[in-house]
Design a protein around this ligand. Structure first.
Ligand SMILES: Cc1ncc(COP(=O)(O)O)c(C=O)c1O
Ligand SMILES: N[C@@H](CCOP(=O)(O)O)C(=O)O
Length: 547
């Protein structure tokens, strides 16, 4: 009997690697052919999943879901349970990801994902990933000393939230150095302070004078570089890492169970999840949940004015197209709004200022598999055919800045997803309206979560049957984005910034910081130089300290 089921083995979306274990997929992060890892098969739920799972705690539910993707021969049940317990014990609420109802009449609910250490949804996955890295390293390094020990060099790109969540998940961990690139001046002041005030020796912040996409390109270039891969074991914390997606599946199920317990949820009710989307990681976890059997009628992608995904769902064309300030919907605040040469627009929801969404590649693989392969072919052949389609699309994106899919692929994408594009003007309006609405009682949304709620309200307008419930994902705490929140709420009765600010953030911006600057013009080779030098210095310091 095989020790791994198909859902516990991993392949690359570009067809270059297959039959990898969960540990290999997680530690490699990105496949050597440039593809992303996905399980060879999406597991189905046990037939009694509702009765068996509906009263489980968040951690217990996570264990049931993770076990479908991780063989117990790789991580024994007791160890996996312990990793999960430690990962979610750092959250400020026992519920981990509670759901609140914002509008009873319209059945709009908010899934709050910001109760972890850095106040953003990334903590759900990165607390887990940090402990997972540690677990694998302890196991691999047993009995080894000095330079014989395996050392992970974690490289990440952030538009603000992944960086802080990764740093908090990995700070102080043995045998791991973590390098986080952020676009200089384009993350919020609190996000920047969260990252750069962490003084643990294994944490390295790099400020790049470019956009998030530049940082993400540097990460991918480093993973593809044979030179650094010879000397360093690189690992990914971005949602290119499969464990990030896996960990995010849990809250879709958890929210579902919370919802079906509500008296307003009737047997005939349907559910839509609305997800503020940038890199397509969060919503991809919803897609996995849906494919596993979670009864979600649709997943609604809500983008800001960086709307490559929305345009794809409208036209079937995935294209990096410059967004011109004057053309942008809503038109405010236009003065001083920067549109970068590559087309990324600086919006009030900066964590979603992303042009190319990494995880879209994972969805493309499943669409190609569904549309272009037939069940009469051998499974291995079907997988490699799907990989070949993905490779061609991604090559065209690189060479020509975009690609078109045919109507069949677009129709398959529309089966599970809808999309909405939300302007800055609308984002502010939603924050104001929700705050002043009697039904939501002064609730303060952060701008990303406001994009989700705007999408939910629009979807509710057209959703049939009328008993549709919308669960919109609240991806960050409002205190992380003071300028947008202030812009929307200043002067509103009952609003004061002091009420928003958690004690954890008080004084954070005055603490000493450590960050190195990297010029975009130095390219990924410039980043490589910094990484190599700083890892070496760190290892020498560990040796000197005799640890
Ligand atoms: C606050 C916030 N909301 C939404 C997103 C978009 O999530 P995803 O990139 O998984 O689509 C991000 C960043 O990724 C974020 O930091
Ligand atoms: N919004 C993200 C961008 C990186 O996305 P990831 O989910 O792939 O890590 C951020 O906050 O850094």
């Amino acid at each position: 009997m095989s020790s791994h089921t198909a859902s516990q083995r991993y392949l690359s979306t570009r067809g270059g690697s297959y039959d990898l274990s969960f540990e290999e997929a997680v530690l490699k992060g990105l496949a050597s052919d440039g593809g992303l890892f996905i399980p060879e098969e999406i597991p189905s739920l046990p037939s009694d999943w509702v009765s068996k799972w509906q009263h489980l705690s968040f951690g217990e539910l996570a264990y049931e879901i993770f076990s479908l993707y991780i063989s117990p021969f790789e991580i024994p049940a007791t160890d996996l349970k312990d990793i999960i317990r430690r990962s979610y014990s750092t959250f400020r609420t026992e519920d981990v990801t509670p759901t609140v109802t914002l509008d009873k009449d319209k059945n709009i609910h908010l899934l709050e994902l910001f109760h972890g250490p850095t106040f953003a949804f990334k903590d759900v996955a990165l607390q887990f990933l940090g402990n997972l890295f540690e677990y694998f390293l302890v196991r691999r390094n047993q009995g080894k000393t000095g330079r014989d020990r395996e050392h992970l060099t974690v490289i990440g790109a952030t538009s603000g939230d992944t960086g802080s969540a990764a740093i908090y998940g990995l700070r102080g961990k043995k045998d791991v150095s973590v390098f986080i690139m952020h676009p200089q001046g384009k993350v919020s002041p609190i996000q920047e302070a969260q990252m750069t005030t962490v003084m643990d020796a294994n944490v390295h912040n790099l400020a790049v004078d470019g956009t998030f996409d530049d940082c993400q390109d540097f990460v991918k270039a480093l993973f593809a570089d044979p030179e650094i891969n010879k000397t360093h074991r690189l690992a990914a914390v971005n949602s290119i890492n499969w464990a990030r997606i896996l960990a995010q599946i849990t809250y879709y199920f958890y929210a579902y169970f919370n919802l079906i317990r509500k008296p307003s949820f009737l047997p005939a009710s349907t559910i839509r999840f609305v997800v503020p989307t940038g890199n397509f990681g969060d919503i991809l976890a919803g897609y996995f949940a849906k494919r596993m059997g979670l009864p979600a009628e649709k997943l609604v992608i809500a983008t800001n004015e960086n709307d490559i995904l929305h345009r794809f769902w409208q036209t079937g064309k995935y294209e990096k197209k410059p967004v011109h300030g004057k053309e942008a919907e809503g038109g405010i605040p236009q003065d001083g709004v920067k549109v970068h040469e590559d087309g990324v627009k600086e919006t009030l929801s900066p964590a979603m200022d992303i042009l190319v969404s990494s995880n879209f590649e994972r969805l493309l693989w499943f669409l190609a598999y569904e549309v272009y392969t037939t069940s009469s072919d051998a499974v291995a052949q079907r997988r490699s055919q799907a990989g070949e389609h993905v490779r061609l699309w991604l090559d065209a994106l690189k060479a020509e800045g975009g690609f078109n899919v045919d109507q069949q692929i677009l129709a398959a994408a529309k089966k599970d997803f809808e999309s909405e594009r939300v302007s800055d003007r609308q984002t502010l309006q939603t924050i104001t309206e929700i705050f002043s609405s009697p039904s939501s009682q002064g609730y303060i949304l952060d701008p990303h979560s406001a994009i989700g709620i705007t999408g939910a309200l629009r979807s509710a307008e057209r959703a049939t049957p009328p008993s549709t419930h919308h669960i919109s994902l609240a991806t960050a705490h409002p205190a992380k984005f003071s300028s947008a929140v202030d812009m929307a709420l200043n002067g509103q009765r009952g609003y004061s910034w002091d009420v928003v600010l958690p004690s954890e953030f008080v004084g954070l911006e005055d603490k000493p910081r450590r960050v190195s600057n990297v010029k975009k013009s130095e390219g990924w080779e410039g980043v490589r130089r910094v990484v190599v030098a700083e890892v070496e210095a760190e290892l020498q310091a560990v040796e000197r300290a005799g640890k």
